[in-house]
Design a protein around this ligand. Structure first.
Ligand code: S3P
Length: 433
């Protein structure tokens, strides 16, 4: 259980610095999972040591995987192949991590043993029917609370058959759960999705040797192909970089260089959105790291304009809307975000949370059923807000404070450990108050 720690963030005169942000959360989870399912040793460098990824690491230790720590963000995993996991002798705790729970469901559904996945008070409220449905259709025995829709999940694994699944939502967690189940069984499993969601699973599974093909509208995997241990270099997380991109844009006289940030096109929607709003963000030193595109990002203070955001851009920026709504509050004119109903089922209801937080500081923000409307450009007052235990809400409000008229106190900030250890220290380092 987190202790509730409040932080007060002061308005900043300017921001300066060049730095890296911690490793990508989605890629770190997958590196741990696929290395465990591969045969032989994998070294993972740049691993995010956030609580979510530690939940995944701990889950695989419970399943019999040996992990050696080489350094703070550098580990070696001894993979045991597709058939090497063993039945856990206790419940597996996924903490706050939806990615751990949903992807593990896919992995464990195909394993011939019994397992139970649970999580913290927030994760136990989030929808799990979206993975239970397709995995049950493949033949898995999964039971969950609340009419089979919520964790804890009891999984009686094994005996699956390959499937074709048409996902009604663009969710990488759903897509990955089905692909991971399909990868372990005979036959070809195909997942179709309405818009392309992040494709880290597809890229990394191919990198580890899986027989997997992506096509317009979906992904197909041929099962029972053994993965082989590989070294993975995890790039900086664009979702963490996003806080400093917005900070650099909204605080006058700022210039920040964020080095080694993952810019996978299925994740870089936040850069496109901020550039469309008039933000100066330059990508340099574009290169590839373990199958993922990476760049350095130079951001300079800019006069932002409100825009309309919807459609394909939504899954490409799904985790960044809390901080995008902060950018919108500092932009001239109206920003409208639509087609983003998924925000209601993240770590908290992020539409309600951002409307409450920014509204409390005097921002004209209005919730929509599938998004929000922000009329920006007016002074943002100081005050007190709550993170609702959501790491991205806490960090977004810290960024709002840098450009506000007075201090903002944020209640419940330990949740930032979920994805961004060192966030507050980095903020102190780059902000001149
Ligand atoms: C993630 C997928 C997204 C994202 C989450 C991480 C992943 O969730 O919001 O933070 O690593 O696959 P959905 O798949 O539910 O959209």
């Amino acid at each position: 259980m987190h202790k509730t720690v409040a932080k007060t963030v002061l308005p900043a005169k300017r921001l300066r610095g060049d730095f890296t942000v911690p490793g990508d959360k989605s890629i770190s989870h997958r590196a741990i999972m696929f290395a465990s399912l591969a045969q032989g040793e994998s070294r993972i460098r740049g691993l995010l040591r956030g609580e979510d990824c530690l939940s995944t690491l701990h889950a695989f230790q419970c399943l019999g995987i040996a992990v050696a720590e080489k350094g703070e963000d550098d580990i070696i995993i001894q993979g045991r192949g597709l058939d090497g996991l063993r039945e856990p002798d206790n419940v597996i705790d996924c903490g706050n991590s939806g990615t751990t729970m949903r992807l593990m469901s896919g992995i464990l559904a195909a394993q011939p043993f019994f397992s139970i996945l649970t999580g913290d008070q927030y994760l136990r409220k989030r929808p799990m029917g979206r993975v239970i449905g397709p995995l049950t259709a493949m033949g898995a025995g999964i039971l969950g609370r609340d009419k089979n829709s919520k964790a804890p999940l009891a999984i009686d694994g094994g005996g699956l058959t390959a499937t074709e699944y048409h996902s009604p939502i663009a969710s990488a967690q759903v897509k990955s759960a089905v692909i991971l189940a399909g990868m372990q069984i005979d036959g070809t499993t195909t997942v179709y999705e309405p818009h392309l969601s992040r494709d880290h699973s597809e890229r990394m599974l191919r990198y580890f040797g899986a027989d997997l093909e992506s096509f317009s509208g979906g992904t197909r995997v041929n099962g029972r192909v053994q993965l082989h241990g590989k070294d993975v270099d995890v790039p900086g997380d664009i979702s963490s970089a996003a806080f400093f991109l917005v900070a650099g844009l909204i605080v006058p006289d700022s210039e920040l260089l964020l080095k080694n940030v993952g810019v996978n096109p299925t994740r870089s929607g936040v850069i496109d959105i901020l550039q469309q709003m008039g933000g100066s963000i330059e990508l340099t030193n574009l290169r590839e790291l373990s199958g993922e595109p990476v760049a350095d990002l130079l951001v300079k203070s800019s006069n932002l304009q409100g825009i309309d955001i919807g459609g394909d851009l939504i899954p490409r920026a799904i985790d960044e809307f809390p901080v995008i709504s902060v950018a919108a509050a500092f932009a001239e004119g109206v920003t409208t975000i639509r087609d983003a109903r998924e925000l209601r089922v993240k770590e908290t209801d992020r539409i309600a949370a951002m409307c409450e937080c920014l509204g409390a500081l005097g921002v004209a923000i209005e919730p929509l059923e599938d998004g929000m409307r922000v009329a920006g450009g007016k002074t943002i007052n100081g005050g007190e807000v709550n993170s609702f235990g959501d790491h991205r809400i806490a960090m977004s409000m810290a960024i709002a404070a840098l450009g506000a008229a007075a201090d903002i106190k944020i209640v419940d900030t330990t949740c930032t450990q979920t994805s961004f250890p060192g966030f507050w220290e980095l903020l102190d380092q780059v902000a001149e108050v």
